[in-house]
Design a protein around this ligand. Structure first.
Ligand SMILES: *Cc1c(COP(=O)(O)O)cnc(C)c1O
Length: 861
């Protein structure tokens, strides 16, 4: 029988246990083991049964047990301690208050289409979501006033299982918001706060707002599944990245436009400060900029501004992070769809002209596609500051989007980079923290900085025993998963005996888990199956592989790769040494990374923008074995793991895979396994332990999300707030800036470098010599204050193109009739070898974040 309706009956706890509701209501429990202990001690079996979900646990505990607990002094003391710890965490003074400075932004809104915070809130599909979750957690740890904005998907992401033949199967469990750690945002009169968005095909789309508390950071999640909506609107938030273009567009309108409206409601209701900075994690939330322009052009909360002024105001406070160097990964819509939504009588952002919206996302550059609306392109045009997620990805992105700033060399394309990080307390195994504590580290669960200096104090034996313990825990978890999966695949119990001894807690364990897009090359290790078998079954130095990953439900190629892997691992000869574990998620990931000795990553360079799983592994003393892509390209130092040589530039993909797979096998056979099994008289592999120590010390502090978020504050949030304030106080600054940009664009034709002279050195100069440069520049209708004239110098290449470029500003030396000027500068020749230079004129204004911002430059003819 099926229920025709369901509701959730919330437990009524005795007063002395009310603290349990408080603890369950803040997701800080998910990275605070001591709080988890409190829940677990209520009923350890039930705790496992509800998959360590406090809200479900509290709903399932029988009344009599609560009565017992209410009289249990030991339990009550633990509960009080956990409550106190949460209270201190939420109210104590943290880094932001001490270090960020008085001018730091009062509030920062962070938008993301997905959030991976804990397994009990499955609102993520992979790295992007986990990163967003870690960003919020680290912001909370540092006391940064971030407010998260996202959507609440009724189905979350799918669960993966396997058919007998190893084909991926998907199920979409229905999530009941009443059983999630969320509360509904309500108006003062108790009614639900709602956002509403006009759409062309019917009445307004409505959404309610849920709030999740991520430590100190509120996360607002919009949900369109309300009775007031017609069914097709209720389905807007049905699932992550599902459906047609139009479905996705509606989701993104709800996220961007609805998200800004939800923030306004949140501030109005709770008195929280309005955000000064808006950060969009990937392009999906880009419409937030259009909504802010709408607010400003209709004069909500101030004078009504013209579009250009509103654009300057909004841009100054917006940060855009791009996440993919894979062209197919860029979010695009047909222009007709945008026209249909923004051009009709009931636009989501009424008053904003559709042609201006279209222009923001147009691929109107060389190589762009007419008729295509590109969310990343709009992201760059609506945000004054933008970044990629590792140094290499920043570089690749500058090349990829150079078309938006064609007058500038790639190096000056205004896209910086901040390398991703991971949240220590979430990803460092409890056993690691306990060991550090036993050595005297003062770690309250939220601050892991005290860990790294201790690495040298740990005895090799102790470190090795710890790794074995973690490996053992992984082996247990993997066996349990294999047993469940095999039963589900239809194998008879009699066929499953082998699982009891599958994997071995003393064998070199290599992990590989990630989503399965083609560029990540799940099956590269299967290039030469016989060779892999020999490595797995090596008589003295065997390896074992633990593998996991989900394929996008619509990606048949990915599913075939998974099937290939599963069928390989099903082979009775090797199945005790290689396991594919279905349903990769946070709950699997947490014991997986620490249990591995080596973390393998073999993407097709440079398509891995950053990658974060290897960082989580490193934090638990696993060594990375990876292609030099993403973060590894930046932080591999020769001693903290291994670099798989990549055959960049080889056009034939088959040959490239062959070369890289061979390099991978060679490394495992000749370097990795010999070192792992090279043990001293006590059975400790001292040279391996040295690498573990070096990994922890060299990578530990860098890969943390707290480092990442501090970088965001210093390099992007604080400067964005500063420019934003210059422009926004009574909007005078913004009006001036938009007027100035119009004037400069109109007058640029008249800017000319007429003649360049130099003196001081001849063709053979010496290091330390000074080159005096004079440039005669005509400025037409502009003034010398509107421009910067620069000597641009560097090493000339074969075709005189400049490399390692630096600029030296020039100052007016003399002025002539007709608004012509001589600009002078002295350039010191500070290194030997080739030297080349030129002179250029670029627009100059303190409110610009980059010389390339207007895309204008004048060079000598
Ligand atoms: C860390 C993590 C990812 C992202 O890993 P990448 O290295 O970026 O591929 C994906 N899924 C889960 C469950 C994770 O924990």
């Amino acid at each position: 029988m099926r229920a025709i309706r369901r509701l959730t009956v919330r437990p009524v706890l005795p007063e002395s246990l009310a603290g349990l509701t408080t603890l369950a209501g803040n997701l800080r429990w998910s990275w605070h083991p001591e709080t988890q202990d409190v829940f677990s001690s209520i009923d350890p079996e039930l705790w496992e049964e509800v998959n360590r979900d406090p809200v479900r646990l509290l709903g399932a505990v029988p009344r009599e047990r609560y009565d017992e607990l209410a009289a249990d002094e030991g339990f009550l003391a633990g509960l009080r301690a956990a409550e106190q710890s949460l209270q201190d965490y939420l109210t104590g003074e943290r880094w932001y208050a001490r270090r960020a400075g008085a001018d730091a932004p009062r509030s920062i809104a962070y938008f993301s289409p997905e959030y991976g915070i804990t397994a009990v809130l499955p609102q993520y599909s992979g790295g992007l979501g986990i990163l967003a979750g870690d960003h919020l957690k680290a912001a909370s740890d540092l006391g940064i006033p971030v407010v998260g904005v996202g959507l609440l998907y009724r189905h979350g992401y799918f669960k993966q299982s396997l058919s007998r033949e190893g084909w991926q199967q998907e199920t979409y469990p229905v999530l009941d918001p009443d059983e999630l750690p969320l509360s509904v945002l309500r108006e003062a009169d108790g009614s639900r706060a709602m956002v509403s968005i006009d759409l062309p095909d019917g009445p307004a789309l409505l959404a309610r707002i849920f709030v999740a508390h991520v430590g100190r950071v509120p996360l607002l999640l919009l949900d369109s599944d309300v009775e007031e909506n017609s069914q097709h609107y209720r389905d807007v938030t049905d699932r992550l990245y599902g459906g047609t273009s139009e479905h996705r567009l509606r989701q993104e309108l709800l996220l961007g436009v609805g998200g800004v409206r939800a923030l306004r409601a949140y501030s109005r209701i709770t008195g929280a400060p309005e955000p000064e900075v808006f950060h969009t994690n990937e392009g999906h939330a880009g419409f937030l900029g259009i909504e802010r322009i709408r607010e400003l052009t209709v004069g909500e909360g101030g004078p009504a501004l013209d579009f250009d002024t509103a654009l300057e105001v909004s841009r100054a406070g917006t940060v855009f992070t791009t996440h993919t160097p894979v062209p197919a990964g860029i979010d695009r819509f047909p222009c007709e769809l945008i026209e249909q939504y923004f051009g009709g009588g009931s636009s989501p952002t009424p008053g904003v002209p559709v042609d201006r919206v279209l222009a923001l996302g147009a691929e109107d550059y060389e190589g762009g596609e007419a008729g295509c609306f590109n969310m990343a392109v709009m992201g760059f045009r609506l945000a004054q500051r933008a970044n990629g997620v590792s140094q290499l990805h920043g570089h690749v992105s500058r090349g990829m989007f150079n078309g938006l700033w064609p007058a500038f060399d790639e190096a000056e394309v205004p896209i910086g980079s901040i390398t991703n990080g991971v949240h220590g307390p979430t990803w460092i195994a409890r056993e690691v923290v306990d060991l550090a504590r036993s050595l005297g580290a003062d770690i309250d669960g939220d601050d892991t900085d005290a860990l790294w200096p201790l690495v040298d104090k740990v005895d090799g034996r102790e470190l090795w025993d710890l790794k074995r313990q973690l490996r053992s825990r992984l082996v247990d978890d993997a066996r349990a998963r294999l047993a469940r999966s095999s039963a589900k695949r239809g194998f008879a119990p009699a066929e499953l005996g082998w699982i009891e001894t599958a994997l071995d807690p003393d064998v070199l364990t290599i992990g590989f888990a990630r989503r399965v897009p083609t560029y990540k090359r799940l099956t590269l290790m299967l290039r030469d199956p016989e060779r892999l078998k020999r490595l797995l079954l090596h008589p003295e130095r065997p390896i074992q592989l633990v593998i996991a990953g989900k394929s996008h439900p619509a990606d048949e190629t990915g599913k075939r790769l998974i099937q290939q892997m599963v069928q390989f691992a099903d082979d009775p000869e090797i199945r005790h040494r290689i396991a594919f574990l279905p349903n990769y998620d946070i709950a699997m990931a947490q014991p997986l990374y620490p249990g591995c000795d080596v973390w393998l990553n073999n993407p097709l360079r440079p398509y891995e923008a950053c990658g974060t799983s290897g960082m989580k592994a490193a934090l638990n003393g696993a060594l990375n074995l990876s292609i030099l892509d993403g973060w590894w390209d930046e932080w591999y130092d020769g001693g903290n793991g291994w670099a798989i040589p990549s055959a960049d530039g080889i056009e034939d993909p088959e040959r490239r895979d062959d070369l890289e797979a061979t390099a991978l096998y060679d490394l495992i056979e000749n370097e990795v396994a010999p070192r792992f099994y090279d043990v001293d008289g006590e059975g400790v592999p001292t040279r391996w332990i040295e690498m573990v120590r070096h990994t922890l010390k060299s990578l530990g502090p860098k890969v943390l999300a707290t480092r990442q978020v501090r970088d965001y504050v210093r390099e992007l949030y604080a400067p964005a707030a500063e420019t934003s304030r210059i422009l926004n106080s009574d909007y005078h600054g913004a009006r001036e800036l938009s007027r100035w940009k119009r004037k400069v664009r109109a007058g640029w034709e008249g800017v000319r470098v007429e003649h360049v002279e130099s003196e001081g050195v001849s063709e053979t100069a010496e290091v330390g010599g000074t080159l005096r440069v004079h440039a005669y520049v005509a400025l037409g209708d502009l003034s010398a204050d509107d421009v910067a004239v620069q000597v641009v110098h560097g090493r000339p290449g074969a075709e005189d193109e400049l490399r390692d470029v630096a600029t030296t500003p020039m100052a007016v030396g003399e002025s002539y009739e007709g608004n012509r000027h001589r600009f002078d500068a002295d350039v010191v020749l500070d290194h030997a070898g080739g030297f080349g230079y030129t002179v250029r004129v670029v627009p100059h204004n303190v409110a610009l974040a980059s010389v390339a911002e207007l895309g204008l430059v004048a060079l000598p003819r």
